[in-house]
Design a protein around this ligand. Structure first.
Ligand SMILES: [Zn+2]
Length: 216
């Protein structure tokens, strides 16, 4: 199964990407996780510099994004399938990815576009606590860390709601997301591989809907 999962901030891409990966026994290739690993490794390669740029909120070039993610796809673990999360982000990246896969006689099975209303995103994100160290996220009310302010996964102390996740910032981010991804989603739609999935409700409900669309 070769999948791309997309969706606005707060749609649950990371969570659903991880679940899909374990369900189909394929790697979950998240550009965000990959960049965090590169930054944590402390090297000063060109990749590490771009990784820091993205961390500062800047967009990475198509060239760098392609080099990073196609490098991951060339690994033996990704030979039988994968879930891509955070890549491709632009129509040119999508075309490069198609070319790369085509060269191996492969193609994407589906692009899952998670759909969620602005109100739901605001509710989710304004209660989201993300660990800046390992990327783990918590919901302040529904799934808080065991010890307030401390990451269950890596022990990082000082967890808090990101400034980016405050309601007024969320509305701006959603607008930017819609504008930036329109050409990408249009590209996949024209190829008939885009599957829109309602991403409201519990994690289990959303996951069941995704799997349902993939097996039919
Ligand atoms: Zn952590």
């Amino acid at each position: 199964m070769r999948l791309v999962i997309t969706g606005p901030p707060g749609a649950g891409k990371g969570t659903q990407g991880t679940r899909l990966a374990s369900h189909f026994e394929i790697p979950h290739l998240s550009s965000g996780d990959l960049l965090r690993r590169i930054i944590a490794s402390g090297t000063d390669s060109a990749f590490a510099q771009s990784a820091r740029a993205i961390n500062d909120g800047r967009m990475v070039s198509d060239e760098t994004a392609n080099a990073l993610m196609l490098g991951e796809l060339a690994e033996p673990e990704a030979a039988k399938g994968f879930v891509l999360d955070g890549y491709p982000r632009t129509a040119p990246q999508a075309r490069t990815l198609d070319g790369f896969l085509g060269g191996r006689g492969e193609k994407l099975d589906a692009i899952i576009a998670l759909q969620v209303s602005e109100a739901v995103v605001i509710e989710r994100l304004s209660n989201r606590i993300t660990c800046p160290s390992c990327g783990e996220s918590y919901h302040a009310l529904l799934s808080p860390p065991k010890v307030a302010g401390v990451c269950d996964e890596c022990g990082f102390a000082g967890l808090s709601v990101r400034e980016d996740d405050l309601p007024e910032r969320i509305v701006v981010r959603l607008g930017l997301y819609a504008e930036r991804t329109k050409p990408l989603l249009g590209y996949y739609e024209s190829r008939g591989s885009l599957i829109a999935v309602n991403a409201e409700g519990t994690e289990e409900e959303v996951f069941a809907r995704i799997v349902e669309t993939l097996v039919h």
